[in-house]
Design a protein around this ligand. Structure first.
Ligand code: CS2
Ligand code: MG
Length: 402
């Protein structure tokens, strides 16, 4: 079998998605997600200008060789744009492989290791009362794990809290909006939130929280300590992770489990965190980590150090990436949990798929390949729109981490 054609589709059914499509001389095609939130067209150009011409004529079964060709062959390694482009190609190749062998992708990754993929939902509220209600609604929908983010008293808006009645969406059309930040106010409010949540819902539900890289190691250590009695499933991205050693300080002070890695793109971003056992969950996605070929190796390496996966699954990853994550989560042994933010109805109709949610778990379905399609005609009715993630400033105006 040979690759005969490749193209990139950009659409915006509520938010932007970059979808890569590979076609073969045997009439099979594969899809991959290359969406990089807020920097989508950089990946499109990388794929169109630099990658597609090199793929024509290759054997799509050579997932390993093509991965190495794109990674080593470019000379310029790593980085979110490069790795999302490689991720999109790799996903499409596995999709084709599954279709050609007439089997779902999870069978190519080791087969089923479990009955379903445990997922966590998002619950957001402007204040503690609203967040408690939101968590209750997610539990009512059948979720067994819920991430809770609440507005901070004294701050107008903050990460994870939706504006108006719409679901929280991590991108906005137009130029970046700005929010205000106070670490002091944040540190005071989070323990109260989880104390109330445990009182209300008991110990059975898994509760998670995302700090979104906003603390220093010693501040994160304090927060982890104060949350210990509320038994969080994890505290996510406590600090920015360029300095992997920063996690050592947190680890020395608290038993609250730690998750990080949604912005990582290769094993080199995490190897010290893993080797030193400073984290409990690694959150890299199939898209940003360079595809299933790379993520499988990362998960196997993490397994040596008791680290499980908790892949990023926000709405800025398309249904193609979600499907790949579910096949992956079904197959690997050290799976931990998968993030699940449901896409809007427009996105679901552009990307018809076989995966489904039921009673706390998701299932990739048994369609050969990844089990996702793209309706290109419908996609064309939702043209690309420039969008950005917000930025964040301290109360005195200093630019801070978002
Ligand atoms: C996040 C996202 O889902 C998460 O945990 O941190 O909201 C993230 O900020 C966006 O996906 C960025 O694109
Ligand atoms: Mg996060």
């Amino acid at each position: 079998m040979k690759i005969t054609k490749a193209a990139v589709n950009v659409c915006s059914p509520g938010r932007n998605f970059v979808t890569f499509k590979l076609e073969t001389d045997e009439g099979l095609y594969g899809l991959g997600d290359g969406t990089l939130n807020g920097r989508e067209l950089a990946v499109v150009s990388y794929l169109t200008e630099h990658v597609i011409p090199c793929l024509i004529g290759r054997d799509p079964f050579q997932t390993e060789d093509i991965w190495q060709y794109l990674y080593r062959g470019a000379y310029w390694r790593r980085g979110p744009v490069t790795m999302s482009a490689i991720g999109a190609v790799d996903m499409a190749l596995w999709d084709i492989k599954g279709k050609a062998l007439n089997t779902p992708v999870y069978n190519l990754l080791g087969g089923k290791s479990r009955n379903g993929v445990l997922v966590y939902a998002h619950a957001n509220g402007a204040d503690i009362e609203e967040t408690i209600d939101a968590v209750g609604r997610k539990i009512g929908l059948g979720y067994l794990a819920v991430r809770a983010q609440s507005g901070i008293p004294g701050l107008d808006s903050t990460y994870g809290v939706a504006k108006g009645n719409k679901p929280y969406e991590p991108a906005e059309r137009g130029l970046p909006s700005e929010s205000l930040w106070s670490t002091e106010k944040y540190l005071r409010s989070v323990p109260d939130l989880f104390e109330r949540l445990r009182k209300q819902f008991g110990e059975d539900v898994h509760l998670l929280h995302d700090c979104h890289h906003r603390l220093t190691p010693i501040e994160a250590a304090r927060m982890g300590k104060e949350l210990e009695s509320h038994h969080l499933f994890w505290m996510e991205d406590p600090v920015p992770a360029e300095l992997q050693e920063g996690f050592k300080v947190i680890r020395q002070h608290t038993t609250t489990p730690i998750a990080t890695g949604e912005v990582f793109n290769t094993i080199w971003d995490a190897q010290e965190l893993l080797r030193e056992q400073w984290i409990d969950y690694i959150r890299m996605t199939v898209t940003h980590a360079g595809g299933l070929t790379a993520l499988k190796k990362i998960a196997d390496f993490a397994a040596l150090f008791h680290v499980r996966t908790g892949c990023h699954g926000a709405t800025d990853l398309s249904p193609v990436s979600m499907a790949a994550a579910l096949h992956f989560g079904m197959a690997i042994h050290n799976f931990g949990i998968q993030e699940h933010m449901p896409h809007n109805a427009e996105t679901d109709s552009v990307f018809p798929h076989g995966y489904a949610f039921e009673e706390g778990y998701m299932y990739p379905g048994d369609t050969p390949g990844l089990g996702v399609e793209i309706d290109e005609k419908l996609a064309a009715t939702y043209p690309y729109q420039r969008a950005y993630l917000p930025i964040n400033r301290k109360l005195d105006g200093t630019l801070f981490d978002w």
